[in-house]
Design a protein around this ligand. Sequence first.
Ligand code: SD4
Length: 306
Amino acid sequence: IGLRPIVISTWDFGIAANQEAWKTLVKGGRALDAVEAGVKIPEADLHNHSVGRAGYPDRDGHVTLDACIMDEFGNCGAVAGMEDIAHPIMVARMVMERTPHVLLVGEGATQFAVENGLKREKLLTPESEQAWHEWLKKNGKYKPVINTENKLYQQNLPGGKNNHDTIGMLAIDSKGNISGACTTSGMAWKLHGRVGDSPIIGAGLYVDNEIGGATSTGVGEEVIRNVGSFLVVELMRQGYTPQDACKEAVNRIIKRKPQTAKDIQVGFLAINKKGEYGAYAIQKGFTFAVCNATQQNLLVNGPSFY
Ligand code: SD4
């Protein structure tokens, strides 16, 4: 704790993502480049059905991707409900650096990505399509399930031990600058057009280079309602430790909707300027990965309310 550079990210697929980010950080590179490179690993992973390519589709069979990125200057970019582009985090960064805008959605985001050199391609894999057909046969109604992508992953890939969900990543580089990235295919079987917290600056991700950064995973609606990641950073500004800030943000969600909160998962992950980190979730089972000069693949079980 307290060591910089450092990179942390949500869930156990964060270990591999952190190691990729570390390659940039250890060379003295910028945190922004590190988080972009890091989250591209789960975006490309075909075994991962909740981020990027091979993500589970929405109710109507469309794979729609959400991502955002934020740097040490407060620059930010995002895409939401984007189809047919394998690396939404790259597009989010292009929105940040090449347009006067923050958020592009749907076909406009895809067009912008293509104009900027990315390939339009099919992201729905036969495996994900089959899982969708099975879901349609079974119930065909959308209802959030705690750590849902994780359970679906394990059902669909026997022997798969990993948790798989949205990846949120926060890094501090050797200059002490902070950046963050967040990318997801959103809740599996969501309504077409539904956008969660992950591409919303302040909800799924927030960075303030003076204070720290925060990111979230779980049912995005509850995170948006409470402007979760912004709240966590503001609490750290008031002196909360990263873990206490995450805990207070989770408590707000529970207090506002206790009946809903019982049945859903939301987890926050945060880091402060000193490189201290912490997390807190509504339900058990929220893990996060830490990588710095002394430990490359630490996996921590986040504390939880229940
Ligand atoms: C969303 N927060 O779209 C994301 C997805 C997620 O567990 O993290 N699911 O709401």
